[in-house]
Design a protein around this ligand. Sequence first.
Ligand code: BG6
Length: 483
Amino acid sequence: MIDPHACPTTTLLLFGATGDLAQRYLFPSLLRLHADGLLPAGLRIRGLALSAHDDAGFADLLRQRLLEAAPDAQVAAAIEGLLARVQYRSVDLSDSAAVTAAVADVGGGTCLSYLSIPPALYPSTAQGLAQAGALAAPSRLMLEKPIGSDGASADALLEQIAGLIEEERTYRVDHYLGKAAVQNLMALRFGNTLLEAVWNRNHIESVHILVAESGGVDGRSAYYAQAGALRDMVQSHILQLLALVAMEPPVSLQADRIRDEKVKVLRSLRPLDPKTAAPLTLRARYGAGRIDGQDVPGYVPPAGTDPETFAAVTAHIDNWRWAGVPFHLVTGKRLPCRSTQVVITLKPVSHWLFDKPSRGQAQPNRITLQLQPNENIQLGLLSSLAGPEWGALELQPLALELSVPTGQQRRIAYERLFLDALSGNSALFVRADEVRAAWAWTDSVLAAWQQAGLAMGSYPAGQWGPQRAAQFLPANLLEPTLP
Ligand code: BG6
């Protein structure tokens, strides 16, 4: 086991430094960590990308983005301090020798390399790093999603990288795992008898996992047209949420004990086949519509591509705990609002005593875990509002709502992931076997779509997907709000 504290990271090599992710999230996260004194004292940051800049030119570009991203004056005041750590090198990442040359002078220290670049460039970049000694222990490698575009390409990539650096020093990012609200899923499940006691097929009727976005494909069409919502969101973020919701309690919080349990869930997912494609899935693409009172255009993908922007799948986990419980997974762009939620619908009580409502009309108990944009837990119960003058008990839905008191502002997901990678904690990163298991199931959906010739549906921007989406969406989303 490497003790990262004994060899603090001396250089962070950030590949894709001029890209959208780096500029919008990675550098702003580093800024906040720097402002809070959480980066190792001597850490140098080297940005690398194809565009030609010298150090000063890159600093100017970054300064502007950091000023826009800084949440307050205290963080803004730390910008120059962060920039003093930053250098830049222009490099063609398809040329491993050029990568070696661009990092040759830092190869001797402990490096953390972050690849925020198209996965096709991972092998040449990692090869160049290895040749420069920048992947030698105790250095570490962070890889952004997606790892491949199907099981076969993921396998090839995983193997190429495994030939250059060990699994325990490879940190595959799924930024949803860096979100405090997502980590809270484990705390809620395993810290509370109340929830864990009912968390199984005996008490749970169904589970909905919804990741809705109001944003569109916008500037990312080149990537998105090849990917679509299933590969972009379901294979990664949604399956990670599902694994956290469905896994058995790990024996400890050690990284591999958590990941052992998650991978078991992913391996238990029942593959889809062409016969189940039509009843159990839905894919669609948004057309023009209105969101928040604004007209928004439809998504027109490049010729020859046919990506869905909305995907819904009813998944089944074939294991002891979840046999027979449908997991409805839904994601979409240009839906009416941004909302990530896990909704657990419980089974009805075993013997119904009441006339009003009748058994069939009673709303089921529901636990709604709202993860984004706000963190909130809602417990949907039934209670009687009847006064003593009324003859019979009449049950009404009663929602107990708890907004999660997050104390100080939650950190951006990437801040937590940087801190963990810097300190060598891989619990919130995706292990190779999880990637493989997630692709195995995703491939079955893609193949089922193809073999069944499943037609692409459509929906106007600003609506909850096409009409049949109601079959997959949590009922409380479509129910009128409680008084
Ligand atoms: C990314 C996807 O991984 O996650 C994007 O590629 C998506 O398409 C984004 O918009 C959503 O992340 P968040 O943190 O805004 O929910």
